[in-house]
Design a protein around this ligand. Structure first.
Ligand SMILES: [Zn+2]
Ligand SMILES: [Zn+2]
Length: 449
């Protein structure tokens, strides 16, 4: 019977003068088009109702309910945060469909503390209290609402097309990506031991560097590793009119800021992207007081563990060396703290990413698949590759920019708001349809019968 149906499909395809895979693609297009309106409505709802990292209560409930309805075996509230011990709003949805590999697809679910400034009819008006007083808006400024919508569309397509693939799909709704706590919370809770072990892990992220309707991909390092470093420069405070009596931490810290710039320019291999940014410098209270301390906060971006060690060593050496040169005694040496929230570089597995890239080209056409570029932002998607059985991971870029505006910005060299901007406004259609088609095709190719 199955054979007969297949023959009928092939002959119909032949009669229409198209090849069989193309026929299947058209069929996928039709299914996605049929769902496009309801996916767009879901996107707008998610966009209007963003929730901050670790607080994705309503968002995860919506995703979990939708996946249950689609026939997935859903576990919600999965994961635990190490620091607070609180439960995470993680979702794991499993669809077993015969023998074959296990493919994980991950979406993130959280939004950012940014007051939306897009002017969109479905803009977020959600506000939360700011820790120091006052309030701030909440916005899906990283496009995780777009990721979730594509994820749901992909879930539907994979369930509808079960007769065309064999294996297991595990869909992950990850909370708290922006605070790089969510992936860890789910992995620590036994994601890879309580659920089928992954053979492949896929994800996508939106980008304003690619027009909506297209995707891009890149094998190898895609996103940098990130560290936060706090430096307390200690001197001896005193009267501003008697500098000879103290050790001025403001001058020492200023020299440190300038000297840190030589790590990237003079110490690192120019072929290896590195960032050392001093994002905060605080010291003093008044014009005529030399303070006891100055505080610096740095973000450091590196591409692998050895590279990271080298940069952190250079920061320590330069900081201590400048303080010593200023005559600060050992007992008042700077305090250098590397925060525990380190996130490693996201390295797209070569073999898997090449396979995914080929799927994207087959599904979307070569003209809609561009060469992707690595960026120095960071993601905790990297952690999915580091937990036993250390599965290959791959993330591709989903175009979200208005094609006309992107072309204009490129030609004129002007700015086009991207992720983490209050003005970031992805073009949901065709980005959603493109994302669903791309991710569904990539998963089905990995689970080919
Ligand atoms: Zn983000
Ligand atoms: Zn993001």
């Amino acid at each position: 019977m199955r054979f007969a149906v297949r023959t009928a499909v092939l002959s119909l395809a032949a009669a229409l003068g198209v090849s069989a895979p193309l026929f299947a693609q058209n069929d996928l297009d039709q299914r996605i088009n049929k769902e496009a309106d309801s996916l767009l409505a879901t996107y707008k709802h998610l966009h209007e109702n963003p929730e901050l990292s670790t607080q994705e209560k309503e968002t995860s409930a919506l995703i979990a309910a939708e996946l249950k309805k689609t026939g997935y075996e859903v576990t919600d509230h999965f994961g635990q945060y190490a620091e607070s011990g609180l439960n995470a709003y993680g979702i794991v949805a499993v669809l077993k469909n015969g023998p074959g590999p296990v493919v994980y697809v991950r979406t993130d679910m959280d939004a950012l503390p940014i007051t939306e400034n897009t002017g969109l009819p479905y803009a977020s008006h959600v506000k939360v209290a700011r820790p120091g007083g006052g309030e701030v808006g909440v916005m899906h400024a990283c496009g995780h609402d777009l990721h979730m919508t594509v994820f749901l569309g992909t879930a539907h397509m994979l369930a509808e097309l079960k007769d065309r693939w064999s294996g297991t799909v595990v869909l992950i709704g990850q909370p708290a990506e922006e605070t790089v706590a969510g992936a860890q919370a789910m992995l620590r809770a036994g994601l890879y031991t309580k659920f089928p072990k992954p053979d492949f892990v896929l994800a996508l992220h939106d980008t304003a560097a690619v027009p909506a309707g297209k995707v891009s991909w890149h094998a190898g390092p895609l996103l940098a590793g990130a560290d936060s470093v706090d430096i307390t420069v200690r001197g001896y405070g005193g009267h501003g009119a008697a500098p000879q009596a103290g050790k001025d931490p403001i001058v020492i810290a200023s020299e440190i800021v300038v000297a840190l710039q030589t790590i990237v320019s003079r110490e690192m291999d120019p072929q290896l992207p590195t960032v050392v940014t001093v994002g905060s410098f605080h010291a003093g209270t008044k014009h005529n007081i030399i303070p006891d301390e100055a505080h610096l906060q740095l973000t450091v971006r590196t591409m692998n563990p050895a590279h990271r060690e080298k940069v952190l060593e250079a920061i320590t050496r330069i900081t201590n060396g400048i303080a010593a040169a200023a005559g600060v005694p050992a007992e008042r040496a700077p305090i250098i703290e590397v925060a525990a929230d380190h996130v490693p570089a996201t390295i797209n597995d070569l073999a898997l990413t090449n396979r995914v890239g080929a799927s994207l080209e087959r599904a979307l056409g070569k003209e809609n698949v561009l060469a992707g570029e690595p960026i120095m932002a960071s993601e905790d998607f990297s952690l999915f590759a580091l937990e036993e059985p250390r599965p290959p991971i791959s993330m591709f870029w989903l175009g979200a920019a208005d094609p006309g505006k992107l072309k204009d910005a490129k030609e004129k060299g002007t700015r086009l708001p991207g992720p983490h901007s209050s003005e970031f406004a992805p073009v949901p259609d065709p980005a959603i349809r493109t994302g669903v088609k791309a991710m569904t095709s990539a998963v089905m190719d990995l689970l080919k019968k």
